[in-house]
Design a protein around this ligand. Structure first.
Ligand code: HEC
Ligand code: HEC
Length: 238
């Protein structure tokens, strides 16, 4: 009988790129229907959006939108594979089954980056196994109302006010009230289409991407501010 020496590393839990994660280590899915809006989204918001949300997309992964969350990663397969939590990279990662890819990444500051509990992983797994239902569009419960008076006015006044107020407004585009902003200017009428960010040229302008404007860089806002203007438009530009 041939003697075979098997060299078994003591810890076989973690797999590197392309390696197979050890699925026996996964906490079981919870045995009940899971509500995406009440249970899953808040969990992801708390643990993941800080690095995978509107502001930062670490690893080029954005999780707070449906389009982003279901990304097929370059190295680890689909982030979320509906009906197959055991083949979903996010599940492998939150359980530390992939080398150097524990999510959220460990932090030495207490309370900063807590590892998900077995219960939380179970909720995520059950949601994925139950079809990973993620409703179209923004999740209403988590959208804070954005209004002209409270949000847009201070923003436009400080960023645009020097050149765009009253009768001396450049290009006859004034930021004095919501109606004036929606109306647009002499060459750019209707820069805002309430409810329809895609048709609102104001977003191209404040992204600094309209090369026809003089000084496009004077028109460029920060990503967070652009997001806010986009939300204002999406919510009806009131
Ligand atoms: C403190 C920041 C931080 C938090 C919080 C965080 N991540 Fe990450 N995440 C990263 C970084 C950094 C990378 C890129 C790592 C790399 O490629 O080496 C990454 C990469 C990923 C990837 C791979 C994306 C790809 O296409 O390769 C997935 C999936 C992921 N994270 C899921 C999550 C999930 C799920 C959560 C919440 C449970 C989470 N992350 C929380 C920082 C974070
Ligand atoms: C330093 C001055 C300056 C600042 C600051 C500035 N703009 Fe302008 N803007 C201009 C000038 C100059 C024009 C061109 C006007 C013309 O064509 O006569 C213009 C044109 C525009 C137009 C097109 C108007 C039209 O129909 O011709 C829009 C819309 C606009 N700006 C929006 C903004 C917004 C929003 C901000 C703030 C994020 C902003 N601008 C900040 C100087 C400025």
């Amino acid at each position: 009988m041939a003697v075979t020496f098997l060299i078994l590393p003591l810890s076989v839990a973690a797999a590197g790129k392309g390696g197979k994660p050890d699925l026996s280590k996964l906490p079981l899915p919870v045995a009940r229907p899971v509500d995406f809006t009440k249970e899953v989204y808040p969990l992801l918001k708390e643990s993941c959006f800080k690095c995978h949300g509107a502001e930062k997309q670490k690893g080029k992964y954005r999780m707070d939108t449906r389009e982003g969350a279901f990304k097929v990663t370059d190295d680890y397969g689909p982030a979320i594979k509906p009906a197959h939590s055991e083949e979903s990279a996010v599940i492998h990662m939150v359980c530390g089954l992939i080398d150097e890819m524990l999510m959220p990444p460990p932090s030495d500051k207490p309370g900063q980056s807590e590892k998900l509990t077995a219960e939380q992983v179970g909720i995520l797994r059950a949601w994925i196994d139950q079809g990973a239902v993620w409703p179209e569009g923004p999740i209403q419960e988590f959208v804070k109302p954005v209004t002209f008076e409270a949000d847009m006015k201070p923003l436009f006044t400080s960023a645009c006010g020097a050149c765009h107020t009253g009768s001396a407004a450049k290009g006859s585009f004034a930021i004095d009230d919501a109606a004036a902003v929606i109306k647009g200017g002499a060459n750019y009428p209707k820069v805002v289409v309430p409810g329809d960010p895609k048709k609102s040229s104001l977003l191209t302008i404040i992204a600094g991407k309209d090369e026809d404007l003089p000084a496009p860089e004077k028109h460029k806002l920060a990503p967070k501010q652009i997001e806010l203007v986009e939300q204002w438009i999406r919510q009806g530009a009131k």
